[in-house]
Design a protein around this ligand. Structure first.
Ligand SMILES: Nc1ncnc2c1ncn2[C@@H]1O[C@H](COP(=O)(O)OP(=O)(O)O)[C@@H](O)[C@H]1O
Ligand SMILES: O=c1ccn([C@@H]2O[C@H](COP(=O)(O)OP(=O)(O)O)[C@@H](O)[C@H]2O)c(=O)[nH]1
Ligand SMILES: [Mg+2]
Length: 251
């Protein structure tokens, strides 16, 4: 467990277009044409505490794909919340690899529970996901993390803050039209129990009702980077790149 004081990034954010919406939320929109100057600020690494970016967006918005690119280019550790749950699910089922020493930290009955809720498109109990994330953070040598697909609810968010004792440094949000997300999910072809028409519809309902309030929370706090999630993977990454380039002197 770690505790640290909140990092303020007003200068960092000022290099992006601040968009005031009708609902008065502050959102920082990243444009690939921006030239970012690294800003002077207290470095996270000097405080020896994790530097955390949450990565949010609907199902199929491209979170996992972009996280891989960010991790490779900018040296972040990629923690996929859904991946942790899937590992937990498969580590204690017969179809999976059998109980494993590294990822199965919950009793085997959690496996069936996770499988059921993934199929339904609902959200795992916060304590389960946060403990898995905490373990992943603690066991990594890296101190810069992308936490992909979490928090998915306000309750997830407050459980993270309570258990981990910190807020994320910032939040990256992939904004993508529903029809684009559905098409990508249905073409994903990774054998996931939730990549089907019925579950994706349920997941979109959950996303709009339960996850978007988390996005709005971080927008209000001035911590949200909203990136257009349409176009090719490369085009999207060019929108993401300036955000992380500007961090290199900070973390
Ligand atoms: N920009 C893109 N254009 C087309 N397909 C994409 C793009 N980004 C990701 N994909 C594909 O869409 C699917 C969903 O992407 P993924 O990164 O898994 O999204 P998420 O993690 O947000 O659900 C994957 O099969 C991925 O290869
Ligand atoms: O913090 C999390 C992350 C994921 N999930 C579950 O895992 C599924 C798949 O999540 P993932 O992030 O892998 O899906 P993606 O958005 O990338 O398609 C979700 O629908 C939820 O059922 C969850 O309960 N809590
Ligand atoms: Mg994903």
């Amino acid at each position: 467990m770690y505790r640290r004081r909140l990092t303020s990034l007003p200068l960092f954010f000022s290099h992006f277009h601040q968009v005031k919406r009708a609902d008065q939320l502050k959102i920082y929109q990243a444009f690939s044409t921006e030239i970012i100057n690294p800003v002077e600020s207290e470095s996270s690494s000097t405080r020896n505490s994790p530097y955390v970016a949450f990565v949010l967006g609907g199902p199929g918005s491209g979170k996992g794909t972009q996280c891989l690119k960010i991790a490779e280019t900018f040296g972040f550790e990629h923690i996929g919340a859904g991946d942790l749950l899937r590992k937990e699910m498969y580590s204690s089922t017969e179809e999976g690899s059998g109980p494993t020493k590294f990822c199965n930290i919950f009793p085997s009955e959690f496996s069936a529970m996770i499988q059921k809720l993934m199929r339904e498109g609902s959200i795992a109990p916060s304590e389960v996901t946060v403990k898995l994330i905490q373990k992943a953070i603690e066991s990594a040598e890296n101190r810069k993390f992308l936490i992909d697909g979490f928090p998915r609810s306000e309750e997830n968010r407050t459980a993270y803050e309570r258990i981990i004792g910190a807020e994320p440094n910032f939040v990256l949000f992939f904004d993508c039209p529903e029809e684009v997300m559905v098409k990508r999910v249905l073409n994903r072809n990774e054998g996931r129990v939730d990549d089907n028409e019925h579950t994706v519809k349920e997941r979109l309902k959950v996303y709009k009702a339960v996850t978007l309030p988390v996005v709005n929370h971080y927008a209000k706090k001035g911590k949200l980077y909203k990136v257009d999630g349409t176009g090719t993977q490369e085009e999207i990454f060019e929108r993401v790149r300036p955000i992380f380039s500007s961090l290199s002197s900070l973390v």
